[in-house]
Design a protein around this ligand. Structure first.
Ligand SMILES: *Cc1c(COP(=O)(O)O)cnc(C)c1O
Length: 222
């Protein structure tokens, strides 16, 4: 099941996104066991992303290999557990968090790769900077010691209105393109989950985060 899903997804992703760019598939591993994650890695997954610091730490040693991303909401007081262990922080959604990652990274002599999270659907339930602030935040954070901005992350709202979702994707891609034109470190537009990843890739995303499509439905009760 996991193996089959991974193989079929990786096969489909070989063609790249709408620009022919390489697409990075990050397996979203919340609630999954180390054993399930190791099966996904053995089947060809190269990158995995956790949502919770506790899970990130609990599974860290039992999981074998893979670039370890952090994709969930991150509390400032838990940053210390991730520094030096995280391949890419997707969810830098506020100034205090960026400052904390920067401070602790500089102190440990590492540079942390981050994405700036944009609240593209202007949803109260979601974190992230307003789209309009994206460039300004990028310009500040790229000059911050301890940080290297690699791009942007967004979660599309739940909606049946494809034209609306496409419009949001295009706005994210425009932000990404503007930043990329100024900075060679910009590489990733992380946008797309199990329900909307094809649409996102058709409109310029080059990094997707899939949980259900790889591992099946989540069961939060166990
Ligand atoms: C859970 C999660 C995903 C993956 O969700 P699926 O719908 O299961 O693919 C992607 N991104 C984030 C930030 C998540 O928390």
């Amino acid at each position: 099941m996991i193996e089959e899903n991974v193989r079929s997804l990786l096969g489909e992703l070989e063609a790249g996104n709408c620009y022919g760019e390489k697409v990075t598939l990050v397996a979203a591993t919340k609630t999954r066991t180390a054993d399930e994650i190791n099966r996904a890695l053995a089947a060809g997954i190269s990158d995995i992303g956790e949502n919770k610091v506790q899970e990130f730490r609990d599974k860290f040693d039992a999981v074998q290999g893979g670039n370890r991303h952090f994709i969930g909401h991150l509390q400032t007081n838990k940053v210390k557990y991730l520094i030096g262990k995280t391949y890419l922080y997707h969810s830098v959604d506020r100034d205090e968090l960026a400052a904390e990652i920067a401070k602790r990274s500089a102190r440990q002599g590492v540079v942390s790769d981050i994405l700036i999270q944009i609240n593209i659907g202007c949803e109260e339930s979601k974190g992230g900077y307003p789209l309009e602030e994206g460039l300004c935040v990028f310009e500040t954070l790229r000059k911050t010691q301890g940080l290297r901005v690699r791009g942007f992350m967004a979660m599309l709202p739940l909606s049946d209105d494809e034209a609306y979702l496409e419009k949001l994707c295009r706005k994210m891609r425009a932000l990404y393109d503007t930043a990329k034109a100024q900075d060679n470190d910009i590489r990733y537009l992380s946008m797309g989950m199990s329900g909307d990843w094809r649409l996102c890739l058709e409109h310029g995303s080059n990094m997707i985060r899939l949980g259900t499509a790889i591992f099946g439905e989540r069961n939060y009760s166990v």
